[in-house]
Design a protein around this ligand. Structure first.
Ligand code: ZN
Ligand code: FE
Length: 255
């Protein structure tokens, strides 16, 4: 059984720590800083075997140099990227074995052009999607087009509904507050926001989510519903699903 635990980093990042049963070898995803990772590794006498990187932003790679210097892990990350220190450069359809499980690489451009996600089937199936899919939200479009992000989200949401979704940021509360405006008829959003507020008051992570849950509460995945379409229509074009998506993403930026 693989356990996945969050290491909170920077202001609202999670560095996910993967551990297979009681093995001392572990993997971390997107180490935006080294110190909190080192602290856990030293505390629990763990060996950093592998680092997975989703994209080049500093809040996902800032700890890389120090962790490489200290532990010499294998570093897996996107091909066609500016990131330094990658040993295994991967792209669409590539498979990598991490902690005894096979991870499939899914290219998910939109937030950045180099963005990739890692999926491992099994019980449970796990998805590490960086800044592409968040709980009730999606990443900002820094480099890619709305078309690219929309296609990336589509690819991800075709994964099994019980797949656990490990996003890289704790943005759930702000996302659900926006979702309430963008999907006003959705009772699941209201309920999810209450649950989220409870968890945050106790300083608990709201992640992982699941694909099935995201399909119910994430407005970017619900652009063909009347509720989201009509709300988007008050802000911009809702001519088709892509236009509605584009309007939502721009609306969120100024929300
Ligand atoms: Zn990012
Ligand atoms: Fe980020």
């Amino acid at each position: 059984m693989m356990s996945v635990t969050p290491i909170p980093a920077l202001s609202d990042n999670y560095i996910w720590l993967l551990r297979q049963d009681t093995s001392q070898s572990v993997c971390v995803v997107d180490p935006g800083e080294a110190a909190p990772v080192i602290e856990i590794l030293e505390r629990d006498s763990l060996k950093l075997d592998t680092i997975l990187i989703t994209h080049h932003h500093h809040d996902h790679t800032g700890g890389l140099n120090e962790l490489i210097k200290r532990y010499s892990p294998r570093v897996i990350g996107p091909a066609n990227s500016s990131i330094e220190g990658i040993d295994v450069a991967v792209g669409e359809g590539d498979e990598v074995r991490v902690m005894g499980r096979l991870f499939e690489v899914i290219t998910t451009p939109g937030h950045t052009l180099d963005h990739i996600s890692y999926f491992t089937p099994g019980i449970p199936a796990l998805l590490f999607c960086g800044d592409t899919l968040f709980c009730a939200g999606c990443g900002r479009l820094f480099e890619g087009s709305p078309e690219q992000m929309f296609a990336s989200l589509k690819k991800i949401t075709e994964l099994p509904e019980d797949t656990l979704v490990f996003a890289a940021h704790e943005y759930t509360q702000a996302n659900l507050t926006f979702a309430r405006a963008a999907d006003p008829d959705n009772k699941d959003v209201e309920y999810a926001l209450q649950e989220c507020e409870k968890a945050r008051a106790l300083d608990r992570p709201t992640l992982p989510s699941t694909i099935g849950r995201e399909l119910k509460i994430n407005p970017y995945l619900r652009v063909s519903t009347d509720s989201v379409r009509q709300a988007a229509g008050t802000q911009g074009s809702n001519d088709d699903d892509l236009a509605t998506f584009t309007t939502l993403r721009e609306w969120k930026n100024r929300f």
